[in-house]
Design a protein around this ligand. Structure first.
Ligand SMILES: Cc1cc2nc3c(=O)[nH]c(=O)nc-3n(C[C@H](O)[C@H](O)[C@H](O)COP(=O)(O)OP(=O)(O)OC[C@H]3O[C@@H](n4cnc5c(N)ncnc54)[C@H](O)[C@@H]3O)c2cc1C
Length: 493
């Protein structure tokens, strides 16, 4: 039995440095951690929107909120606004909040459905604190014991600056960084990777290798030939053009996702600039046309030349293969529609840390890692497909997306919700019922009936409950500072 003592991380993008920082924090000096990166190769250089669990990473690492905001030029994210997704001219929010307040056995939207039958004109979002603060451009952390006043949030940040910030923390904690290009990968008699050889012939050996080398997957794919499940038939977008632009005078606390002819555009507000990009399917639109769509829809002056990035949607067949664990883009890719890639880095490392072997790598731990990773990727994939599938747009791309044969479980979820508004969170699904609800309603599903439990309440009680809830969810908006004032205040601390 060999004690695991040496971990080698290949790659210094967000995936590499997040892996290094978290592993060092949790494993301490029980293992040595070496990270190899090549400035000459560089990083993918995009990725700015996150989801609430990122705050757990910051907490575990003990990051100071003000320092973090300063170092990464971050702003607050309460939601994503989907514009023109159902059809041109219509929009809805997918917030991190939970609308209303659920009864036992029955979600809030059933109560609202009955209220609407009684003449209430408000939609779901009138009962969502995140929504009210997002549209009013307000933010501060709310200290309330009442769970319905929770306002989950995440950040928009410059992922390159975040990686640098994590690098500083990791190196201070004892992670060893080596600058250089890996030219050769050595394998032992059993087929495992034994060492990486740099251009200058320096050899770095290890027992576990974390492949954070980006899309190419130098270890997991180019060396071990693990294989890739291509999901392009469900999510056919294969390209993105990204460009930064000047920031707006007022910074909104949400991401914008704007549907176009053959894809969609993101607009992400940071302190010093906006991040913009156009994700598109090259079968329906040329690169040049996609570039024009992006540039014509920029609201502020571009700060650089637009950059084209190609990708294939899908996942590595085994994200842990032999003694290599793929984290980040090397493990697979799902377009940034719901800002899940950085989260997948986080959950990949957490999973690895939970299963981390004291001695040799055993088959059952590898199998468990791969089982959980596969489930997580598939659940996110289905949630993304939902956005495209439920559209009413007329262009060829959207028409084809409406006729995609969706994964079985997703088809069932949609059918169930259509019939009677029922939603169930699958085991460990990243997205709660409230997320599925907002996208299903936002994309136009109106359930045929509501839960009969709601009929146990008299009409007046339903109206009273809705009136009180709406007032309660709206109330903090009047007292909270603007999002920009909050950021200014935090930066001045
Ligand atoms: C268009 C687009 C938009 C995105 N938007 C979002 C978003 O809004 N939110 C989100 O969460 N995620 C987003 N992502 C994903 C996010 O960018 C990535 O998940 C994240 O940056 C992690 O990248 P990485 O570290 O895996 O790879 P990379 O950034 O590509 O880093 C690879 C590293 O490996 C090193 N390397 C490679 N080969 C060698 C070698 N031979 N020798 C030495 N070093 C080597 C490189 O030098 C580099 O340091 C987006 C991705 C794309 C493509």
């Amino acid at each position: 039995m060999r004690q695991i003592q040496k971990v080698v991380i290949l790659g210094g993008g967000t995936a590499g440095w997040m892996s290094a920082a978290l592993m060092k924090k949790v494993l301490g000096d029980t293992v040595s951690i070496t990270l190899i990166e090549s400035d000459e190769i560089g990083t993918v250089g995009v990725g700015e929107a996150t989801i609430p669990p990122i705050r757990l990473v910051n907490n575990v690492l003990g990051l100071n909120e003000s320092e973090f905001l300063k170092e990464t030029k971050a702003t607050i994210k309460l939601a994503i606004r989907f514009e023109n997704w159902k059809r041109p001219g219509e929009s809805y929010f997918h917030t991190f909040g939970v609308p209303g307040k659920s009864m036992a056995f029955c979600h809030f939207h059933h109560v609202l459905a009955r209220g609407q039958k009684l003449g209430v004109e408000d939609d779901l979002w009138a009962y969502d604190l995140n929504y009210h603060c997002a549209v009013a451009g307000k933010f501060a952390q709310i200290n309330s014991q009442d769970p319905i006043m929770e306002m989950p949030f995440a950040y928009h940040f410059d992922a390159g600056l975040y990686a640098q910030f994590l690098r500083k923390i990791s190196e201070k904690a004892g992670v060893k960084r080596i600058e250089g290009k890996v030219q050769q990968v050595l394998r032992g008699q059993n087929g495992d990777i034994s060492a990486l050889v740099l251009e200058n012939s320096r050899k770095i050996d290890g027992e576990i290798f974390i492949d954070c080398s980006g899309f190419k997957g130098l270890l997991i794919e180019q060396t071990l030939g693990t294989g890739f499940d291509d999901w392009s038939h469900w999510l056919p977008c294969d390209s993105a053009i990204a460009v930064p632009s000047e920031h707006h005078q007022q910074t909104v606390p949400y991401t914008r996702s704007i549907a176009h002819k053959a894809g969609w555009q993101w607009q992400i507000p940071l302190q010093h600039r906006n991040g913009n990009g156009h994700v598109f399917c090259s079968r329906y639109i040329t690169d040049e046309e996609a570039r024009s769509v992006l540039m014509e829809n920029l609201e502020t002056k571009a700060l650089a030349e637009p950059r084209l990035i190609r990708f294939t949607t899908g996942r590595r067949r085994r994200q842990w293969n032999r003694n290599v664990v793929a984290i980040g883009l090397s493990s697979g890719f799902l377009e940034p529609l719901e800002s899940t890639s950085i989260h997948l880095i986080q959950s990949g490392i957490v999973r690895l840390l939970q299963l981390f072997p004291q001695h040799d790598i055993k088959p059952a731990m590898v199998e468990e890692y791969n089982r959980q990773s596969q489930l997580e990727f598939e659940q996110i994939r289905d949630f993304l497909v939902l956005h495209y599938y439920l559209n009413e747009r007329e262009e060829d791309f959207w028409n084809d997306m409406r006729h995609v044969q969706v994964p079985e479980l997703l088809a069932h979820k949609i059918a169930l919700f259509k019939e009677n508004g029922k939603l169930f969170r699958e085991q460990n699904d990243l997205f709660l019922e409230s997320s599925w609800l907002q996208v299903m309603v936002g994309q136009g599903i109106k359930p045929q009936e509501y839960h009969p439990l709601v009929n146990t309440l008299p009409d007046a009680a339903i109206i009273k409950m809705l009136t009180q809830l709406k007032a309660k969810k709206l109330e903090p908006v009047f007292h909270l500072p603007s999002h920009d004032d909050y950021i200014r205040h935090m930066l001045s601390r």
